[in-house]
Design a protein around this ligand. Structure first.
Ligand code: F6R
Length: 365
């Protein structure tokens, strides 16, 4: 049932505080440690791993891009994140020193499952992050970590994404503690910050006016561009996918630094640009990219942390999110983009939950 909401997508967007809370807090023991139920890698296993691959499709791939940041930061092991349908057919160097992490809401995606099987045959350790107990991917993996998002019905993935990122961060933190690449202090401090996420997501859900206004500005447009750097570029890819699949507006995500290598040629009077500027260390760089598109007539709507008021001088519209740690911010910053996609879709009178040509689970290659 849609529980009083007009569609599953909106219901599931609203279930994210709870989904993130369940995925995280129900696994924290009395000493404040995360318990990775379903994962049994020892320090010796972790020491034996010299490369990590995160492989997935669509939104799960976008979560994997963020997982890479966390694993590299905390565990200090090189991570390659790739799309399953590309990875399968590449010379990927997976071997017995590899950890292959498959991320899949349904646990049934054909290309992701194929990568699991190939990698297993090459002797790699296989860890699955999935939302569906008993799914093919969960049955065939060595280690399984469940997102506790609850059933996701809408074709456009929302709560699976935020709980996948949460899971990847939890795994990164625990592996790093086990391996000794982070201090206990940093570990506990990060968990404390993660516990604040449900409340921060809720605050985005409670303040939708600016998001609605932005939706009104782009509903009749043909193209929308999403810009970001680093973590925000991964987020831009997800925001763009969400918008295009439920609104049928052509949208693309660009690394903001790539603008002047071609993309900026597309900017004309009124072109909507959603600029994601949540990263402290890249903030000034983003501001100058926003200035560049604005000077060429773009309509700039930005997503920024509350304290970064200086985005206003280069934006036509600003959607503020609560202040967050740079690493954790995507779990909050994606929510306005999910809502934006939802609003545009409903304003156009489209079937939000069942976009044309799409299936919830892609079991054919
Ligand atoms: C986008 C979306 C898809 C899925 C992709 C992977 O909103 O839902 O891109 O993320 O098909 O599906 P799973 O996670 O089930 O493997």
């Amino acid at each position: 049932s849609k529980g009083g909401y007009d569609c599953f997508m909106l219901k599931e967007i609203n279930e994210q505080p709870e989904g993130v809370k369940n995925t995280l807090e129900r696994r924290i023991d009395e000493n404040g440690n995360i318990v990775l139920d379903g994962i049994h890698l020892t320090k010796e296993d972790l020491d034996n791993i010299n490369r990590i691959y995160i492989v997935a499709c669509g939104t799960a791939y976008h979560a994997g891009l963020l997982g890479k940041n966390a694993l590299e930061k905390y565990l200090k092991v090189p991570v390659i994140t790739d799309i399953a349908s590309e990875f399968r057919y590449s010379d990927n160097f997976v071997d017995e020193h590899s950890l292959v992490i498959l991320v899949s809401q349904s646990g049934e995606t054909a290309d992701t499952l194929a990568v699991l099987r190939d990698s297993k045959a090459k002797g790699a350790k296989i860890l699955a992050i999935t939302n569906v107990v008993g799914s093919s991917i969960s049955r065939e993996a060595d280690e399984v970590f469940y997102t506790w998002a609850g059933p996701e019905i809408a074709v456009a993935s929302t709560k699976a994404y935020t709980t996948q990122i949460t899971s990847l961060y939890m795994i990164a933190l625990n592996f790093a503690l086990e391996k000794g690449t982070i201090t206990r202090e940093e570990y506990l401090e990060t968990i404390e910050k993660m516990k604040e996420l449900p409340e921060k997501i809720q605050s985005v859900l409670d303040n939708q006016d600016k998001i609605k206004e932005t939706a009104e500005k782009i509903v009749s447009k043909e193209h929308v561009f999403f810009l970001g750097r680093g973590v925000d570029y991964s987020l831009a890819m997800e925001g763009s996918l969400k918008l295009k699949e439920v609104s049928y507006i052509h949208s693309e995500a660009f690394a903001a630094g790539e603008l002047k290598h071609g993309t900026i040629a597309l900017i004309e009077e009124g072109t909507p640009v959603i600029s994601i500027a949540t990263q402290e260390n890249l903030f000034e760089k983003m501001v100058s990219n926003m200035q560049e598109v604005k000077a060429r007539g773009a309509f700039v709507a930005s997503i920024a942390q509350e304290h970064n008021r200086s985005v206003e001088k280069v934006s036509d519209e600003v959607i503020y999110i609560p202040n967050c740690d740079d690493m954790l911010v995507p779990i909050v910053a994606v929510v306005p983009m999910q809502l934006l996609a939802y609003y545009v879709s409903t304003m156009k009178g489209l079937d939000v939950d069942k976009p044309r040509n799409l299936a919830k689970s892609v079991t054919v290659e």
